[in-house]
Design a protein around this ligand. Structure first.
Ligand SMILES: [Ca+2]
Ligand SMILES: [Ca+2]
Length: 328
């Protein structure tokens, strides 16, 4: 060829530009990008094998639809369609989640090769059945057209909805990606199922009390308490609940005794079902009145297998009601 600058024959070497330069300006992609509004039945698909993963009009943060997921295994959820990212580039994602209080999620983002994990953060739902915005930002270092986002429920049996997913691409020169700060599980009160003894009771017997039944003879709150007639070591055990290591809780038990001729005991098991408090007992309190007993302990093991047992110490009758656990 002839050199256009000098007019002489020659060969022009092409200098290989290794990577397409990132856009100079921040790119705020339209909310309809990747069907982030969920108003179309497109782009989103399952992570794992959730029993439900579909566009749904049951809930919507905006418009008519969100994306619904019901998991039947651990770490299942939904993933976006793919999009193009550069290296280096900051990516900012905001999305809205609707679920049940304290449900735990993993938020993931993959690089442009579709396989390199660029971001993973946890998020705990703070309120029941409320839309909550989650924002995360990460520094992408793998260019390509196969980047994607995943929203994953950690536990089996989780139902959640996702809506209004926004992805913004920001030049790395704008600064480092803002570090993501995971949130904590919300403080939970009334954490012991059926502790008010009003619903269908799923407390189970400890030992073989003579009587163990929901009773309207006495009630601290509502209409019912739980009546135990028996002897030492006999009583009731709660359903399991969640405790988080390092967090301190007040366990409150209300009880009513016709006489003070006998006492009662409390045994408390930690998040993994191991003993947290052994058979604390011989409590006082007046007869023929409701007495509250509060015990404070700090969990050492996170888990969903915590429970309490409240039992007689001596032979007699005790009514139990309003058993709660409150994070301090
Ligand atoms: Ca929507
Ligand atoms: Ca009650």
């Amino acid at each position: 060829m002839i050199c256009p600058e000098c007019g002489k024959p020659g060969v022009r070497a092409l200098i290989n530009i290794a990577a397409t330069p990132a856009p100079v300006d921040p790119v705020t992609l339209p909310i309809t990008f990747l069907n982030g509004t969920m108003e179309d039945d497109a782009y989103w698909s399952a992570v794992g094998t959730p029993s439900t993963e579909e566009q749904s009009s049951e809930q919507a943060h905006a418009g008519t639809y969100s994306w619904k997921v019901v998991t039947d295994g651990a770490n299942e959820g939904v993933k976006s369609g793919t999009f193009t990212v550069y290296d280096p580039q900051n990516v900012r994602v905001s999305l809205w989640l609707y679920g049940n209080k304290a449900d735990e999620f993993l938020l993931r983002a993959y690089g442009g090769d579709g396989t390199t994990l660029m971001f993973e953060g946890t998020y705990f739902i703070q309120e029941d059945n409320t839309w909550e915005e989650v924002i995360f930002e990460y520094a992408n270092t793998v260019a390509g057209s196969n980047a994607r986002i995943e929203v994953i429920a950690v536990d089996s049996g989780t139902t959640f909805y996702v809506d209004d997913v926004n992805v913004s691409l920001i030049p790395a020169e704008e600064g480092n990606a803002t570090p993501y700060v995971p949130n904590d599980p919300p403080p939970v009160t009334e954490q012991i199922p059926y502790g008010d003894m009003e619903g269908t009771p799923i407390w189970t017997d400890v030992g073989s009390p003579t009587t163990s039944e929901q009773s309207s003879e006495q009630a601290h709150g509502g209409t019912y308490s739980w009546k135990t007639v028996g002897s030492s070591g006999q009583g009731i055990r709660s359903e399991v609940f969640r405790m988080v290591a390092g967090k301190t809780y007040d366990l409150s038990v209300w009880l009513y005794r016709p006489t003070t001729a006998y006492q009662y005991r409390v045994t408390w098991y930690d998040g993994d079902g191991s003993t947290l408090l052994t058979n604390l007992g011989y409590f006082g309190g007046a007869a023929d009145t409701w007495v509250e007993r509060v015990i404070q302990k700090t969990s050492t093991v996170t888990g969903d297998a915590a429970y309490v047992e409240i039992t007689l110490n001596g032979s007699g009758t005790i009514y139990w009601d309003d058993v709660t656990i409150t994070e301090v």
